[in-house]
Write a protein that binds this ligand. Structure first.
Ligand SMILES: [Zn+2]
Length: 251
C-alpha cells in the first residue's frame, strides 16, 4: 500500500508541473539489460577506461577502444526501451516534460519515441561514430566490417581524422552545446525529476542542485540513496519502470 501511495504522490506532482525536465542515468537503462559501467562489479572496475589523450596518442589504444566497442555490440544492439523509457516519452508527448537530459549513451530515449531535439546527451551517443576533426558521421556496421577485415582503427575518408564513437570519453571536455542547453532547460523547469542516477558524476549531477536552488520541485527515483536525497521534495528508492510507468499510466 505504501508503494501505491508513492506512485499516487508522484502522479500528483507530475499533474501540477507546467514545465518538467527529466534527468536520466544508468539506472533506467539497466532495466533494459545495459550494464552500468561505473557500478561495483561494472566493466570499469575490471577494465580501466581508455583516456581520451591515449586514444589520440596511440593506434593501439584506438584499436583497443574499437575492440571493446564491437564486443559490446550485441548488448547495445539487443537492448530496447523499457517501461521507464516509455513513461518518459509519454511525459514529453503530453507536454509535461520539455526536455530529457541524459547521462546515457545508448540512444534509448530516441528509440522510445522522444524527438532527438528533446534529448540532451551529456556523455554523447555510442550508437554511431563521427570524425573527431570534420564531424562526418559514420555508422558502426560499416566500420565493423572494415575493422574485422584489416584490424586497424578507422580513419575519416574525407580528412584522415580519427573516427570515434560519438561519446564523451574520460579526459574529453564536456560538450559545450548540450551543457548550455541542459542549463537553460534546468533554469526554465518548475519540476526536475532524477531517474536512475546516483548523482555522483559531476558536472552532470550539478543540474538537480541548480534546479532546486532556482525554485523547482525535485523528485528522485533511484534504487539507491543519492547525495541529494536530503534536499528533494520526493524520494522513491524503487524500480523505475514500475514507479514511473505507474505514475504516468503506461505499460
Ligand atoms: Zn573527417
Amino acid at each position: 500500500m505504501a508503494a501505491d501511495r508513492d506512485i499516487a504522490e508522484l502522479a500528483h506532482i507530475l499533474d501540477q508541473a507546467r514545465r518538467a525536465v527529466v534527468f536520466t542515468g544508468a539506472g533506467i537503462s539497466t532495466e533494459s539489460g545495459i550494464p552500468d559501467f561505473r557500478s561495483p562489479g561494472g566493466i570499469w572496475t575490471r577494465m580501466a577506461p581508455i583516456d581520451f589523450s591515449d586514444f589520440l596518442a596511440s593506434e593501439e589504444a584506438r584499436r583497443e577502444t574499437w575492440r571493446r566497442r564491437f564486443a559490446m555490440a550485441e548488448t547495445f544492439g539487443m537492448a530496447g526501451p523499457n517501461r521507464g523509457h516509455r513513461a518518459v516519452a509519454e511525459l514529453v508527448r503530453r507536454g509535461t516534460a520539455a526536455a530529457v537530459i541524459t547521462q546515457n549513451i545508448d540512444g534509448l530515449h530516441q528509440a522510445s519515441g522522444v524527438a532527438a531535439d528533446r534529448v540532451i546527451e551529456l556523455h554523447g551517443n555510442t550508437t554511431y561514430a563521427h570524425c573527431l576533426d570534420c564531424a562526418r558521421r559514420y555508422e558502426l556496421e560499416a566500420l565493423r566490417i572494415a575493422f574485422d577485415r584489416d584490424g586497424s582503427a578507422p580513419l575519416c575518408e574525407d580528412c584522415g581524422g580519427f573516427v570515434k564513437t560519438a561519446t564523451i570519453s574520460f579526459g574529453q571536455a564536456m560538450p559545450g552545446e548540450p551543457m548550455r542547453r541542459a542549463q537553460s532547460e534546468t533554469l526554465a523547469a518548475d519540476l526536475f525529476i532524477v531517474v536512475g542516477s546516483s548523482l555522483v558524476v559531476y558536472p552532470a549531477a550539478a543540474f538537480p542542485e541548480l534546479a532546486k536552488r532556482n525554485g523547482a520541485a525535485l523528485v528522485i527515483v533511484n534504487r539507491e540513496p543519492t547525495g541529494l536525497d536530503p534536499i528533494a521534495d520526493l524520494v522513491l528508492h524503487r524500480s523505475i519502470g514500475e514507479t514511473l510507468g505507474g505514475a504516468v499510466g503506461v505499460e
